[in-house]
Design a protein around this ligand. Sequence first.
Ligand code: HAX
Length: 435
Amino acid sequence: MSILKETLLKKIKEQRPRTTKLLKEYGDVKVGEVTIAQTIGGARGVRCLVTDISYLDPMEGIRFRGKTIPETMAALPKPAGKDFPYVEGFWYFLLTGEVPTKAQVEEVVEDFKKRSKVPRYVIDVLRAMPRDSHPMVMFSTAILAMQRESKFTKYYSSGKFNKMDAWDPMFEDSTDILARLPHIAAYIYRMKYKGDTHIEPDFSLDMGGNFAHMMGIDNPYDDVARMYFILHSDHESGNVSAHTTHLVASALSDAYYALSAGINGLAGPLHGLANQEVLGWLQGVMVKLEGKEPTPDIMKKFVWETLNSGQVIPGYGHAVLRKTDPRYASQRDFCLKHLPDYPLFKYVDMLYQVVPDILVEQGKAKNPWPNVDAQSGVIQWYYGLTDYDFYTVLFGVGRAIGVLANITWDRALGYPLERPKSLTTAMLEKTAGIK
Ligand code: HAX
């Protein structure tokens, strides 16, 4: 058994009695009152999910395993001469809550390499799709097409299924998928946007390095990839992609079914597609300005036009956060260091100056501040990735790290089928005393 798997098993054994105790001895303790607004309004603020992998404080933002983004980036081992940590080490950290040593990370790096071969039939499926299919459709389809590889499903059908051991094949599937996702993403990118020319992987590199190499984008794009995948990995359990993955897995569906479903949720414009929408919106502004530099007044005019036409400002607002997203702030710091004078960054920064006040003035959005998606596209654009309908695929590779770690733990703790209860409108009216 690998060190990672041994450590994970130790953690699972430590944690199981805590979950059992909560359920058996404290199951009746109230953790909140659900209101009609919450029942109808997308369950905002209802505390009915458990994860120890990340926590989102509305004012502070995300912590991974108790660490803020800067603390996470500082603590984890990095490849020699690089600014951002190994994605493989981050996977170890999310799964176990322990910061791995360099040697432990290297074991995961080697393990990922062994698992990374994408079956030929997956490539055939991708090639059979219309070339103008959205890359998220291709990405989700490729994940689902691989389902026949599932070790969890083989174990389930083996006649020896034991709920307490089910985390092991879930871990195996999750690791197989993660190791292959950068290869699938790079294949889709090169097939769609680079004349169907492909670059063989370089197995001397880690996941971030190899991804940049297969994309055909020069360094420091390797560090951009590491940063991007880590920043987008996890945002506790209630967001659409994480929740969908968890929900589907709760039916004992394997990681392929569950992740493919989660990726479909990520593809929505109110969720991960917002990063593509931000760039699309900005490009529209640039075309209208015919290359002239915008002033804050001109930018305000475009923002109001968008709002008055009934659309949202992509990259702003959040269902939980009530301040600037630290994932936005991290990427802004990166831009200030690497591309401070880049015109598109100046546009994005000017939006930061004007949008929050406008959203406050409009009085609808509960959070007028930018989220992760407002800043990410500009970095990709700067490094040559200008095909912005691909951006959500990058988000998807990152998000997979978090949601796969979560469903491994779902199996480890034996979380049951998720099945909330619905009421009729008449029942709600009766409860409200409406005649
Ligand atoms: N621009 C204009 N209006 C906005 C807005 C924005 N950026 N954010 C919220 N609002 C509006 C909502 O549409 C809603 O209007 P109605 O009452 O007319 O329906 C009202 O303000 C209240 O919404 P809210 O309670 O503040 O926000 P929600 O929790 O309902 O939704 C969203 C959160 C992120 C979906 C929302 O802020 C939004 O649509 N933002 C733009 C899209 C976006 O950036 N999505 C990415 C979010 C981060 C993420 O998940 N990335 O993957």
